[in-house]
Every structure is written in structure tokens, then in C-alpha cells.
Ligand binder design. Sequence first.
Ligand code: ZN
Length: 139
Amino acid sequence: MIKCQKCGNVFPDNSRFCGVCGAQLYGPTPALYVQKVDEKEPFLAIIFSFILAGLGQIYCGKIARGLVIMVISFVPMLYVMTFALSGIMMDHEDFMSAMWSFAIVMLLYLVFWVWQIYDAYQLSVKWNDEAERTHTKPW
Ligand SMILES: [Zn+2]
């Protein structure tokens, strides 16, 4: 005999629904209710951040982080434009010293750019680990 969880009436073993209140007597297994969280493809995270700095982070659900990286990555672009415009009017000595600071900024940007690709990859791996473990979105 099966007892209805809702109203307490008892029915034969093969009953699927309660004859009094209509509740389902054999509920679906809890496993079916486990939420499937979409996986983040690490390869895509790398590609996105390669195309546009911060895009891989946004793909991995870190919107604010991605936007901050995007804004930071625009700074060297402004710097290049300023350098190009002011460079025309500089004499040789000033130009050479400006060249050095330009090279340093570009080098720092390169490090930042490589880091943010690695960061996007890390986020996708972390997302997948947490999603698999907890069955909920990690963030
Ligand atoms: Zn019932």
C-alpha cells in the first residue's frame, strides 16, 4: 500500500495518483530535478579573450571583471594615439626618451594581455569544477 504524502489516504501499490486529492504517488526521482549548469568551454574562453581583452571573462559569467579588463586595455590604445600625435612635433632627443616609455607601456600591456587570457581560461576551469560539484552556478 502507498500512502499519499499530501492527504494521507492509502491506495494499492500500483496506484500512480491519489484517488482523493490527485497528487502523484510516485514522484520523479530527485536526480531528475538536479539542475544542469552549462559548462564553460576553456578553449572558447581563451579565444574570446584573445579577440578582445575581457571578453573571455564575460563569457565565464564575470561581467564586471571583464568590463574592467576591457577598460584597462583601452588605456594603451589612447597612449599609442597620444604618442603618435605628439611624436610628430618632438625633436629627436625627446622622441627617443618617449620611445622608451612607450616600449615599457607596450611591454606591460603585453604581460597584462597574456595574463587576462590565462585568467579567462582559469575562470572556465573553476566554473566547470564548481558546477560539477555543486550543480549550481558558481557565481
Ligand atoms: Zn491524496
